[in-house]
Ligand binder design. Structure first.
Ligand code: ARG
Length: 457
């Protein structure tokens, strides 16, 4: 049944119907559609626009539809135009003419704006829980690895030693920011469009604030033209999800490197790896690669919705129906990636010995050797030059700084004493770094406490 048959004389064209319909994808918010309708009729009855009895009949009908969809007794008709038409038609079929009063003082424009907001609000909650679960997994790894040494990189060249806790902590910060972005979006979007009608409000004495409070909104949206055509929150959500995916993708890239034979820093659990059909020795990091790959899809959703919205005059335009599939896909993708990634990192084994060995070579302690000279009165620029010569000397002999004898050191600079060995040991290099935000285990231990309280808040 069409909601708008009255004005039309020609038979419908099946291709047009298919092109126009959204039921195949907006069926996923049947629950939110019914929830919104129940709040709407509750308000209509409070305002005397419906009788209490009419409201009860409609409400019972809607609750019956909801229960039957959930328990599988009612199938959402794929030939309906959209979820709104489907629910209304089903209601009228179940309770008769009184069902035709449901749409009083409402348009599908404010209805779809509401449904999408209710749906997105729930999804933001789920995304947030998934990010939180990942943060918990990362925090556990950090706690267990406050003194697991590894090289820190810049330009993918070994730079200075850090700890695994410190490295993972960098991602912890990124995902914390992701959570706060989700929270901001939810706060900003939480205004209720219902009662805006098609675009210009209605002539019925609706109590929009009441409907808004029934549905858990902070208030009713102030401008009826804006709120039926506002999709900003979807753009913000796509942007936030694109950022989550960017973080997951960077992390995946590192895990792929770390899992390679060249690094051997980690070993992925068998459950999160796959084999090759031809090369028996292979154990591939497909999950990390897929997370990295799917990032592009989520970026696509952001670009797509920005482009869809850019030329639209006020207020509602059918173009906006295109907001759904891409946003839904981006949400499904991001949620799936978060869940799998959390499973992957929490089952991954860290090869502490390989990390340590890697931190020991590659002159990650060269800066500390220069700092040693500075502490003995050598200006930093000269110290930098002296250590440069030490490195050249070592490269030539195929040794590292700690393998040099004191005589060799003193041949290059007489400032060096026996305590140089302690000053450039891996442990010292890391432990001395105790300024706020640095990898020193003493300061990291405090940071971990802060992270715990942030997660509990
Ligand atoms: N399926 C539509 C959408 O997703 C619902 C709103 C339809 N409104 C209208 N005036 N045709 O945007």
């Amino acid at each position: 049944m069409k909601l708008w048959g009255g004005r039309f004389t020609k038979e419908e064209n099946e291709l047009v119907n298919q092109f126009n319909a959204s039921i195949t994808f907006d069926r996923r918010f049947y629950r939110q559609d019914i929830q919104g309708s129940i709040a709407h009729v509750t308000m209509l009855a409070k305002q005397g626009i419906l009788t209490g009895q009419e409201m009860e009949q409609i409400k019972n009908g809607l609750e019956g539809i909801l229960a039957d969809v959930e328990n599988g007794r009612l199938e959402i008709d794929p030939s309906a135009e959209d979820i709104h038409s489907f629910v209304e038609a089903e209601l009228i079929q179940r309770i008769g003419d009184v069902g035709k009063k449901l749409h009083t003082g409402r348009s599908r424009n404010d209805q779809v704006a509401l449904d999408m907001k209710l749906y997105i609000r729930d999804e933001i909650g789920e995304l947030d829980s998934l990010v939180k679960a990942l943060l918990e997994a990362l925090l556990k790894i950090m706690e267990e690895n406050l003194e697991t040494y590894m090289p820190g990189f810049t330009h993918l060249q070994k730079a200075q030693p850090v700890t695994l806790a410190h490295h993972i902590g960098a991602y912890f910060e990124m995902f914390l920011r992701d959570r706060s972005r989700l929270k901001d979006i939810r706060k900003r979007m939480n205004t209720c469009p219902l009662g805006a009608g098609a675009l210009a409000g209605t002539t019925y004495p609706l109590d929009r604030e009441y409907t808004a409070s029934l549905l858990g909104f902070d208030c009713a949206a102030r401008n009826s033209m804006d709120c039926v055509s506002d999709r900003d929150y979807l753009i913000e959500l796509c942007s936030a999800m694109a950022t989550v995916m960017m973080h997951l993708s960077r992390f995946s890239e590192e895990i792929i490197l770390w899992n390679s034979n060249e690094y051997q820093f980690v070993e992925l659990d068998d459950a999160y790896s796959t084999g090759s059909s031809i090369m028996p020795q292979k154990k591939n990091p497909d999950i990390a690669e897929l997370v990295r790959g799917k990032t592009g899809r989520v970026y696509g959703a952001l670009t797509s919705i920005l482009t869809t919205m850019k030329g639209l005059p006020l207020a509602y335009n059918k173009d906006m129906q295109e907001d759904k599939e891409m946003v839904f896909d981006a949400i499904d993708t991001t949620k799936g990636c978060l869940a799998l990634f959390t499973g992957m990192v929490s089952t991954m084994k860290f090869n502490k010995e390989a990390m340590r060995k890697s931190a020991m070579n590659g002159f990650t302690n060269a800066t500390d050797a220069a700092d040693y000279l500075v502490n003995h009165g050598v200006p930093f620029r000269d110290a930098h030059g002296i250590v440069g010569r030490l490195v050249l000397y070592c490269l030539d002999k195929g040794i590292s700084l700690e393998d040099m004898t004191l005589e060799e050191y003193r041949a290059i600079s007489p400032v060096f004493e026996e305590d140089i060995y302690d000053a450039i040991s891996l442990e010292t290099c890391v432990k001395k770094r105790t300024t706020l935000g640095a990898p020193g285990p003493s300061v990291m231990r405090e940071t971990v406490k802060v992270y715990h309280s942030l997660l509990e808040a």
